[in-house]
Design a protein around this ligand. Structure first.
Ligand SMILES: Cc1cc2nc3c(=O)[nH]c(=O)nc-3n(C[C@H](O)[C@H](O)[C@H](O)COP(=O)(O)OP(=O)(O)OC[C@H]3O[C@@H](n4cnc5c(N)ncnc54)[C@H](O)[C@@H]3O)c2cc1C
Length: 390
C-alpha cells in the first residue's frame, strides 16, 4: 500500500508528490492526459510561485526557451490611464504550462518513491483504513487520497466538500499563443466591458493571450462557454471552430492588443476553462485532502493559482511528514485539520483581494476611478500588488 494516492498530475499534484517524497512518503500520481500536460492558463508565475518552484528543485529543469521573466503587472483600458506595479523582491516568470509540467515531471523522476501512472482514475473509494482507485486495469491502494484534480474535482465531490457555486456569476477563461516578440516586460491586463485580456511573455518570441469574462457576454457567448464547459470542462479545444470564432470576437474588443498580433502566427490551439468560481467546504475530510484548484478557487484575475497550488502542496507535506505510516485515522485527522486551517488563512489572503478586484472589474466607473487613483501612486500600488502576489 502506498502512503499517498494523488489524483491529478498538474502543478498541485506533482508538487505534492515531490514534497511528500522528500518527507519520506511513497506516492502514486494518476494523470489522465497521456501526452504533454497542458491547460488553459495565463502562464504568469508570480514571484512567490517562482520561489516555491525553486524550493521544489524544479526551477533548474525549466526549458528557458519556453519562459520569459516579467517585472510586474500593468493594468490599462482603452482611452484610460495605465497603472504599473513593479515587483521589487524579484521577477515573475511567464512559463509555458507544458514546460512547467516537464520540469516538475523531471524533478519527480529523481525521487524513487514517486510513481506516475497515466490514465483516468475511476472507482475512487474511501474506506476506514485505506483508499483505492482504478486506473485502466490496475487497482492502487493508499493511506490518503489527495485530490489534485483541478477545478471540476471528482475527489472534492466524492468527499462531500463541494461548495455551492454562485447561481449567476459564471466566469470563463480562454487562452492561445502567438509567435510574437513580447512588447512589454510586464504582464499586461487590458480591461474592456465585461472581459479582460491578459498578455504574458512566455518566450523570446512567444506571448500568451488569455481572456476572462462573465458568461454570457452580450452577443459573444452564443452559449459555447457553458455548453462546452459542461462537456469538456478543462479542454474546450475539442471544438476548435467555435472557440476560434469566440477568440476572434474577444480579441476584437482589444484593438491595441490586436494590432501587435496582426501578422503573428498562432502557435497553439485554444484552450478554455470554466466556470472558475469553485468553493470548497473544507480542504480535507477523513482520508481525503485537497490541493490546488480542487481545494477551492475564486478566479484567475490575480494570477495566483500556480503559487497557491505549490503552497498547498508544501503545507500538506509539512503536516504529513512527522506521522508514522500507515496513517492512523485519528492522527491523520488532526494533521489534516491543521492543514485545512493553515491553508484557509492563506487562501483568504488571496480570495478577498480577488473578490474585490472582480467587483472593480465588473463596474466600469469604479474601474476607471481606481485606475486613475493607483496610476497617480505607483509605489503604493506596487507595494499593494507585491504584498499579496509577491
Ligand atoms: C484562463 C486562465 C488563466 C489563468 N492564469 C493564471 C496565471 O497567469 N497564473 C497562475 O498562477 N494561475 C493562473 N490560472 C490558474 C491556474 O491555471 C490553476 O490555478 C492551476 O492550473 C492549478 O493547478 P492544479 O494542479 O490544481 O490543477 P490543474 O492544472 O487543472 O491540474 C489538474 C490535473 O488533474 C488531471 N485530472 C483531473 N481529473 C482526473 C482524473 N479523474 N484522473 C486523472 N487525472 C485527472 C487533469 O488532467 C489535470 O492535469 C489561470 C486559470 C485560467 C482558467
Amino acid at each position: 500500500m502506498r502512503d499517498l494516492l494523488v489524483i491529478g498530475g498538474g502543478p498541485a499534484g506533482l508538487a505534492t508528490a515531490i514534497c511528500a517524497a522528500r518527507a519520506g512518503l511513497s506516492v502514486t500520481v494518476v494523470e489522465r492526459q497521456r501526452g504533454d500536460i497542458d491547460k488553459a492558463c495565463g502562464e504568469g508565475l508570480m514571484p512567490a510561485g517562482l520561489r516555491a518552484l525553486e524550493r521544489l528543485g524544479a526551477l533548474e529543469g525549466l526549458d528557458r526557451r519556453r519562459c520569459a521573466p516579467f517585472r510586474g503587472i500593468l493594468y490599462t483600458q482603452a482611452g484610460g490611464p495605465e497603472a504599473r506595479a513593479r515587483f521589487t523582491r524579484g521577477d515573475g516568470l511567464g512559463v509555458r504550462r507544458v514546460a512547467l509540467s516537464e520540469a516538475l515531471l523531471a524533478r519527480a523522476g529523481t525521487l524513487p518513491s514517486i510513481e506516475i501512472v497515466r490514465g483516468a482514475a475511476s472507482g475512487l473509494e474511501v474506506l476506514a483504513d485505506h483508499v483505492r482507485a482504478r486506473v485502466s486495469e490496475r487497482e492502487v491502494t493508499a493511506s490518503l487520497l489527495v485530490g489534485a484534480d483541478g477545478l471540476q474535482s471528482q475527489v472534492r465531490k466524492l468527499a462531500g466538500l463541494e461548495g455551492r457555486p454562485h447561481p449567476r456569476l459564471r466566469r470563463h477563461g480562454l487562452r492561445r499563443h502567438f509567435a510574437c516578440a513580447p512588447w512589454s516586460e510586464f504582464v499586461e491586463v487590458h480591461w474592456a466591458a465585461g472581459v479582460e485580456c491578459y498578455v504574458t511573455p512566455v518566450g523570446e518570441r512567444v506571448v500568451n493571450v488569455a481572456f476572462l469574462w462573465d458568461a454570457p457576454l452580450g452577443h459573444l457567448s452564443h452559449d459555447f462557454a457553458s455548453a462546452r464547459a459542461a462537456q469538456h470542462p478543462q479542454h474546450l479545444s475539442h471544438d476548435f471552430e467555435s472557440v476560434k470564432v469566440s477568440f476572434n470576437e474577444l480579441i476584437a474588443r482589444f484593438p491595441s492588443v490586436q494590432e501587435h498580433l496582426q501578422s503573428a502566427e498562432v502557435t497553439s490551439e485554444s484552450r478554455g476553462a470554466g466556470p472558475l468560481l469553485r468553493p470548497a467546504l473544507a480542504r480535507a475530510k477523513g482520508r481525503v485532502a485537497l490541493v490546488g484548484d480542487a481545494a477551492g478557487y475564486v478566479d484567475a484575475i490575480t494570477g495566483q493559482g500556480l503559487s497557491l497550488a505549490f503552497m498547498s502542496a508544501e503545507r500538506l507535506a509539512e503536516q504529513l511528514a512527522p506521522l508514522s505510516r500507515p496513517f492512523d485515522a485519528r492522527v491523520l485527522s488532526d494533521a489534516l485539520g491543521r492543514y485545512h486551517r493553515s491553508l484557509r488563512r492563506a487562501w483568504l489572503r488571496y480570495a478577498l483581494p480577488a473578490q474585490a478586484l472582480l467587483g472593480i472589474a465588473r463596474r466600469p466607473r469604479l474601474r476607471s476611478a481606481m485606475l486613475g487613483l493607483v496610476a497617480r501612486a505607483p509605489s503604493l500600488f506596487s507595494r499593494l500588488v507585491e504584498d499579496f502576489a509577491g
